[in-house]
Write a protein that binds this ligand. Structure first.
Ligand code: ADP
Length: 491
């Protein structure tokens, strides 16, 4: 086991307050939230549980900071974002350890994905400040007008994020918001507040003005709901469960907030008989089990062509057999605990429901699982039917369902047989098939012969019940800007 850095030890054992107006301040209430290490169940510390008054104060700070931030020369906004990205790169080990004890994920994964992607997207959005441009338009009536558009910030953004990628989700929301000239009140998930609080310190250290980013730790109903409903918040951006997204839309309607929602998924992977089997097994394994399966894009519904079904399933099960469960701080660990005991119970409940509904477990049902901590045995189900709960509902845990098909039409129909539309994967050497399937699948992303790649420049987001309003890339920036049209009479 790797020892905690002194800075992480000190930070994670300190009591934390709210970050409002550039300072750490006590909540107006007295409620606190316990922060647990999911690998041990042990209590790390407590953080403030913000209430509606705290949210008011954070929104007021963001509102006060807005004119100055929006008026800052883009080069200066860009420079601050770049510095933030660069500082995160220097602090990679520290953030990786914080994520390991707060969320449970192995440090190797944070160092390979979460931290560099977050840093990279701050740097990408540092550059994006130079690409915020309006247009001049020739009116069809041809009258004597000069018409142009200005791209202006939306204003104060409320950002509500989940626990599966605590640092990265801060980046998804803050990068485009800040590049566009908005100020932000961000509420991290109650299970994983530490990365956002440490990021608050880094924001101040690299020179972001007070109030430009405010962090309110708190629960969904007492802190998230007042933020989503707040009359002085201009936009709410949310990542989380579809049912919570529906509540957020409802709450946002009072002042017609702009809304971006990145919600759940039940994504398919289609494996054809001509696929490179080694790559398909490894890619499908990663699609389901990366981050302990706690990914909205998890490609948990795997459909395999009849001709290779037995061979593929055997290899996937063998691959799952190599998983080594343990603390995220142990370099030998390849899969950490789930985020909480509650999530562990929920996922184990799905595993039971799969068995009750007649599915079979093809993976080793007795493989070793640590007794302490919220670990779940990685599980591969076969004999699945489309009506089973495990095939319809988002499990958010290390559980794969392997079904079969015999024709391309069947594969496409199975892939689309879901209320969600976040992601999908296809494994085949047939290039024409790749493009046919990419067009036929109703989902925001199609991966062909790969899965789960993310890049700051590449838009990501869902169709159907998986939400709307892309994240990342230029498209995300659009969602944090509004277009103003100016008509000038030239007579
Ligand atoms: P999960 O099951 O991943 O916790 P949620 O969608 O419940 O998914 O949580 C994602 C984020 O939404 C968290 O920050 C949570 O506190 C917040 N949240 C939960 N309920 C509400 C709500 N009614 N209004 C606003 N935010 C909420």
């Amino acid at each position: 086991m790797v020892a905690l850095l002194e800075s992480v030890e000190a930070f994670s054992s300190r009591e934390h307050q709210l970050f409002i107006g550039g300072e750490f301040v006590a909540s107006r209430g007295s409620e606190r939230i316990d922060v647990h290490d999911p690998a041990t169940g042990g209590l790390l510390t407590t953080v403030a549980s913000a209430n509606a008054e705290d949210v008011d104060a954070a929104v007021a700070a963001a509102r006060a900071a807005l004119p100055g931030w929006a008026a800052l020369p883009p080069a200066q906004r860009g420079e601050l974002l770049w510095r933030l990205g660069a500082r995160l790169e220097e602090l990679a080990e520290e953030f990786a350890q914080l994520e390991a004890i707060d969320n449970g994920k192995p440090t190797s994964e944070s160092l390979a994905v979460d931290v560099p992607l977050t840093a990279g997207l701050f740097k990408y959005y540092a550059g994006a400040v130079s690409r915020i441009e309006g247009r001049t338009i020739a009116p069809m009536g041809g009258a004597n007008f000069h018409v142009y558009t200005r791209r202006e910030p939306v204003g104060v953004v409320g950002a509500i994020i989940p626990w599966n990628f605590p640092l990265l989700m801060c980046g998804y929301k803050l990068g485009p918001s800040l590049a566009a000239g908005n100020t932000v009140v961000l509420k991290p998930a109650e299970q994983t507040p530490l990365a956002a609080l440490r990021l608050a310190e880094v924001l101040a250290e690299v020179g972001f003005p007070p109030g430009v980013v405010n962090i309110v730790t708190g629960l969904g109903p007492s802190a998230g709901a007042p933020l989503a409903a707040h009359g002085d918040v201009d936009k709410v951006t949310f990542t989380g469960e579809t049912s919570t997204g529906q509540k957020i839309m409802e709450a946002a309607k009072g002042n017609m907030k702009k809304v971006s929602l990145e919600l759940g998924g039940k994504s398919p992977s289609l494996v054809f008989a001509d696929a490179d089997l080694d790559a398909a097994v490894e890619g499908t394994f990663g699609a389901v089990f990366f981050n302990q399966g706690q990914c909205c894009i998890a490609g948990a519904r795997v459909y395999v062509h009849d001709d290779i079904y037995d061979e593929f399933t055997k290899r996937l099960v063998d691959r799952v057999g190599e998983v080594r469960l343990g603390s995220g701080l142990d370099p030998r660990t390849t899969m950490g605990p789930l985020v909480s005991a509650e999530q562990q119970a929920r996922v184990n409940g799905y595993i039971r429901s799969g068995l009750e509904e007649g599915a079979s477990i093809a993976s080793d049902p007795a493989s070793a699982v640590p007794e302490v901590g919220s670990f779940v045995r990685p599980t591969v189900f076969t004999d699945v039917r489309p009506d089973m709960r495990i095939m319809r509902e988002e499990i958010f845990g290390p559980v794969a369902m392997v079904g079969r098909f015999s024709t391309e039409e069947q594969a496409i129909a199975a892939a689309n047989d879901t209320a969600y539309g976040l992601c999908s994967g296809v494994w085949t050497r047939d290039v024409a098939r790749v493009h046919r399937i990419a067009a036929a699948i109703h989902a925001g992303t199609v991966y062909a012969n790969t899965y789960g790649y993310f890049d700051p420049a590449v838009p990501f987001g869902g169709f159907k019940m998986s939400g709307f309003g892309k994240e990342l890339g230029e498209e995300a920036l659009d969602h944090y800007l509004q277009t103003k049209t100016v008509w000038v009479n030239l007579d």
